[in-house]
Design a protein around this ligand. Structure first.
Ligand code: KG4
Ligand code: ZN
Length: 330
């Protein structure tokens, strides 16, 4: 089969990113403009500001992505863009831009599901990884345990019934006074503490998750007892959510007789979670995969990678393409 070079565009939340990926596996460029510094002041992502920032930088980011890949727009085979889920105004910037590019160049347009994109972060990290496999997608908006049957077919085994895990990290961090974005700050502070505070774990009968109980418990503990060591609190929170993740992963591995678990999404950058999954890997003889850190959080290379598999499967979008803020994986 001929080589296919895909230009990916991602603008679902607070990162504007454009990337060039060859054959779904090789990153030629992956330019990411994070808006963290801008939203930090407000303690979280302000949707209107996010959209405005995407508009301001997207054209420049696209040019830089082509330059770093050492390619011209004519040498691209197709344009892949995140259609959803995400913030509607933010998504619309990427979608409108991709439609304009497609119209101007005559290149095919591909609409990519952001959650599927996160999974593809692992295809870029592990050239030999192929479906089927079990995947745990843990990000700011999602906590899904998925049976990835093929590059196009997914079966959701479990998901969160309330908060996404990244949301819980971000809220705990805000209350403890660490600010936004909470995940990396909790990750760092927890390294100085010990997981010595007992917290109530929520285990459900099926593969679903629930993180709001643990989040509320941590917040209440902090308010009722301001002397509690924040580093210990963060370490205990990380330990609790990790045990909840591992319980469901272990159940799924047994039920599906799997020999590997693939992690994806922003929270899979967390060093404590990685450590505990490494221990689990050794003790249970299960191989664990994580995207390289830059491919865990939002980026366009993962969108271009999934876009490649959608492209070769014949999926095409047209100029009627619209952003779908609550787009589902299945
Ligand atoms: O995948 P992502 O970039 O965006 C979504 O699709 O949601 O994930 C962002 C989430 C945020 O909640 C952020 O706090 C979390 O990933 N995150 C982390 C770490 N780095 C990012 N959570 C825990 N530990 C980290 N090191
Ligand atoms: Zn994401």
């Amino acid at each position: 089969m001929e080589d296919q070079t895909i230009l990916g565009i991602e603008s679902s939340c607070d990162e504007t990113s454009v990337a060039v990926v060859k054959n779904g596996r090789k990153v030629l460029s992956n330019v990411i403009n994070s808006q963290i510094k801008i939203h930090e002041e407000y303690g979280g992502v302000v949707p209107e500001i996010a959209s405005r920032c995407h508009v301001e930088v997207i054209n420049q980011i696209m040019k830089q992505a082509l330059k770093e890949a050492n390619l011209s727009l004519e040498q691209i085979d197709a344009i892949a863009v995140t259609q959803g889920p995400g913030l509607v105004g933010a998504l619309l910037v990427g979608v409108s831009y991709a439609k304009a590019l497609s119209f101007a160049t005559g290149k095919p347009l591909i609409a990519v599901n952001h959650i599927a994109g996160h999974i593809a972060g692992d295809f870029l990290t592990y050239p030999d990884l192929e479906p089927p496999f079990l995947c745990l997608i843990i990000s700011g908006g999602h906590s899904h345990l998925v049976n990835v049957k093929s590059y196009q077919e997914y079966e959701i085994l479990g998901k969160t019934r309330d908060d996404a895990i990244g949301e819980a990290f971000d809220k705990v961090a805000r209350v403890v006074g660490l600010g936004y974005p909470g995940g990396p700050k909790i990750d760092n502070l927890a390294k100085q503490g010990a997981p010595n505070i007992p917290l109530p774990l929520t285990h459900l009968d099926n593969f679903d998750f629930s993180f709001s109980g643990i989040k509320t418990a941590v917040i209440n503990l902090h308010h009722k007892n301001p002397d509690v060591n924040p580093a210990d609190l963060c370490a205990s929170f990380e330990n609790a959510v990790t045990q909840m993740l591992l319980t469901n992963v272990e159940k799924a591995i047994q039920q599906y007789r799997a020999d590997k678990i693939v992690l994806a999404g922003g929270v899979s950058r967390n060093s404590y979670i990685r450590n505990e999954f490494d221990k689990f890997s050794k003790s249970k003889n299960v191989k664990v995969y994580y995207p390289e850190p830059i491919l865990c959080t939002d980026n366009a290379a993962m969108i271009a990678a999934q876009g490649y598999y959608d492209f070769i499967a014949g999926k095409r979008a047209d100029l009627h393409l619209n952003a779908v803020p609550n787009l589902k994986l299945t």
